[in-house]
Ligand binder design. Structure first.
Ligand SMILES: NC(=O)c1ccc[n+]([C@@H]2O[C@H](COP(=O)([O-])OP(=O)(O)OC[C@H]3O[C@@H](n4cnc5c(N)ncnc54)[C@H](O)[C@@H]3O)[C@@H](O)[C@H]2O)c1
Length: 268
């Protein structure tokens, strides 16, 4: 299999490291708006090649993996799916844009490409997938983060929230997943994944708490519905290169890739 990786940051590097070791991956192209980041990957991993033209690289590969930004999903998602190729998305918040979501889902149906959304940094997606076959009453996400992981996010800056002087846990955001993915485009992708699996972006609720004592990104998910009640909790180790990104998100993308190439899907 040939893969095209868009985004050579923290998640991209973990994917590259694993793809380099996977027998089923013959080679992979890499692309990043910051060319230096793509070069670093090519220097370290022998199966990787720089993509000089992302649209040509799509034509030459079976699967495109986005590990970059919401903008990259808008720029490359539909183009990949138009070609009937498969697309894996990490910046899931991009699908909060209804127009883009509908366009990409329609292209996948019409042209046969698949859209893969790893569970990422959150737990409980397996329960939610099953629960959505019957009635779901509520899906709530509570996210607790250390101040530095939210510090330069647009919402915090725009609302003049000073995270440096907090001395207790503080709720900085409460609202729908639709509002959350706009407020924190780089931080609450998990709320988008929960929305897509469950009640949609308007009815999935999100609370973001900053805790000056927290060392990890914590997600609590509560789901109620015909199946019963589910409460799950994950305490994520931040990635050393990017404290906004939980290491679990990166290895969850690798796990999705392993399932794709092996054809064996457990717990789906
Ligand atoms: N689904 C989840 O649970 C989850 C969890 C963590 C992170 N993420 C998302 O995954 C993405 C990657 O995370 P990361 O920690 O690797 O980020 P990062 O900032 O470490 O790396 C992103 C890389 O993508 C590049 N990039 C950005 N926009 C681009 C574009 N339009 N085209 C090409 N390259 C572009 C950047 O230059 C950078 O090198 C982010 O959008 C992040 O929000 C999702």
């Amino acid at each position: 299999m040939k893969v095209f990786l868009i985004g050579c940051g923290c998640v991209g590097r973990v994917l590259a490291e694993n793809m380099d070791r996977m027998e089923e991956i013959e080679e992979f192209y890499v692309y990043d708006v910051v060319k230096e980041n793509a070069k670093c990957i090519v220097n370290d991993f022998s199966k990787s090649k720089i993509s000089e033209n992302p649209f040509e690289s799509m034509d030459e590969t079976d699967l495109v993996i986005e590990a970059a930004s919401q903008d990259a999903v808008a720029e490359f998602g539909s183009e990949t799916l138009k070609r009937g190729k498969d697309f894996m998305i990490l910046s899931v918040g991009a699908l909060g844009d209804e127009k883009l979501r509908k366009e990409m889902f329609a292209l996948a149906r019409e042209r046969g490409g698949k859209i893969y959304i790893p569970s990422g940094a959150v737990c409980g997606i397996d329960v939610l997938n099953a629960a959505s076959v019957a009635n779901i009453d509520s899906v709530e996400l509570e996210t607790v983060k250390p101040p530095h992981s939210l510090k330069d996010s647009d919402y915090i800056v725009k609302n003049n929230i000073n995270l440096d002087n907090l001395n207790e846990k503080t709720v900085v955001f409460e609202g729908s997943a639709k509002e959350a993915v706009k407020a924190f485009p780089r931080n609450v992708n998990v709320s988008a994944t929960l929305s897509l699996a469950g009640l949609g972006f308007d009815k999935t609720t999100v609370r973001v708490i900053v805790d000056p004592e927290a060392k990890r990104n914590v997600h609590r998910v509560r789901i109620t519905g015909d199946f019963g009640i589910s409460e799950c909790y994950v305490e994520n180790t931040p990635s050393p290169d990017n404290p906004r990104t939980s290491y679990l998100a990166a290895i969850s993308a690798v796990a999705t890739l392993k399932r794709i190439v092996s054809g064996i899907w457990i717990g789906v």
